[in-house]
Design a protein around this ligand. Sequence first.
Ligand SMILES: O=P(O)(O)OC[C@H]1O[C@H](O)[C@H](O)[C@@H](O)[C@@H]1O
Length: 540
Amino acid sequence: MAAAVSAAWAKVEALAASPGAAAIRPLFAADPDRFARFHHKGGGLLLDISKTSVSDTVLAALLDLARAADVAGSRDAMARGEAVNSTERRAALHIALRGDLPGAGGEAHREAAEVLARMEAFTTAIHRGEIRGATNQRFDTVLNIGIGGSDLGPVMVGRALWRAGDPMRPIHLGNVDGHGWETVLPQLDARRTLVLVASKTFTTQETMANAHLVKRWMEASVGPNGAASHFAALSTNLKATAEFGIGEDRVFPFRDWVGGRFSLWSAIGLSLALSLGWDRFAALLAGARAMDRHFLDAPLESNLPVLLALVEAWHVNGLDLHRRAVLPYDERLRRLPAHLQQLEMESLGKGVTVDGAPVPRATGPVVFGEPGTNAQHSFMQLVHQGPRHVPVDFILVACPDHTHADNHNILLANGLAQAEALLMGRDADAVRAEMEAAGVAEAEITRLLPHRVFGGDRPSNTILMPRMDEAALGALIALYEHKVFVLGALWGINPFDQWGVELGKVMATPIVRELETGEVGAHDASTAGLLTELLRLRGG
Ligand SMILES: O=P(O)(O)OC[C@H]1O[C@H](O)[C@H](O)[C@@H](O)[C@@H]1O
């Protein structure tokens, strides 16, 4: 298989090295049906990859690569519950959180369904006021304490779907920076606040520091034993949750086969169920499930996650484009880029293959983004005219949930126009003609012409959502999750571990002590110098 994969990569790389490989406009000129042939639908979403330089020949080579790398076989192994997270010897069964699966995944789903049933009962009891705080007040606010995958998913979905009048107000505390807590604090009435400590490991330094801080505040506010009735835990580490003092009936577990960045569908989503209502959380899961079905069933050539991954492989490995911007044209999706940063960069930022050999080619690109149209007024200049191209994912929502049609038309028009401008550019003749028509003097035209030319042929994908509702958002997140998995298979890397996060964590521990005691230990000269200076600035 390794030889076949190498040969398939060689073919893709040879195509990318051929003259004009990055051109997109000629593909449209040659084929009036390009949109029809290069967009596909699945899980309620539409993906258009036509505005990329993926031609029929390139797509055929990329699909050959997917077959050689046995993407379909790896996918099915993941769904069966095999230990696809090889370094940690774990399955990756986030799909099982969203529905029943054949084989080993089926057992995992039954287990997940039991926890979901407990989450639903808890949610209902809180909403009905059957479970109340220490002072017998109903809970109206849910504070989720967590970081990384125990924060970004719930925050992103919460920002996307929560509306005034929904069952509970969601508040998130992620960063260990005390200013975060100081910002959150005035928004909280301890008597009405339910606190969720969300941590897969229940050992994450920042989360535990915040959890203890909030526990002290809660005990000071509602009484020394009050915390017990105000706290719940979302974790795989039942020993640590007990040690923290959270009773078993308030612990919502999940298993180690749920990766942190894939965990919003598990107990980690409890803040969503509480704030949005159970039915809407269930609809989110159902939306993801629709994308799962599509990913598992659709042929590779019309499979949205597979196509999105193949386009990325073409950009990264073929065309040397090691970054991608994500622009959701929906303000409610403003935290989607942050979620994708973790999902994609933590999963695909790997330098060795599953066998421990150095990867023979580049892996995950840098992902960044901002909602449109705001992005247009910040970094899009570089995307339009910078010498290095930046592929973009545009996400457009057909129907808004407001009545301001004019605004929505402007929003959508801008999204479409950005993608069209990146594709078509504007050549010197057009710029000259426009300036001449405006009566600009020849010398001025000559001076400004190079600055006003747009090269075009800059690639983008567009994803259309009918409406930004629970089902479509669930499908969108699952689309990116599966895309990450496919890229892992193509690159031969494990997308489910994150060893690279460890070293900094380990090294922080002694530095905390040094900051406490003022005694600087052995470090490189820069770190020692900065520590000394920090201590001096603090008057230590
Ligand atoms: O949920 P926790 O165990 O607290 O982990 C929170 C986060 O921290 C770690 O450093 C990992 O890099 C993330 O993948 C994880 O989501």
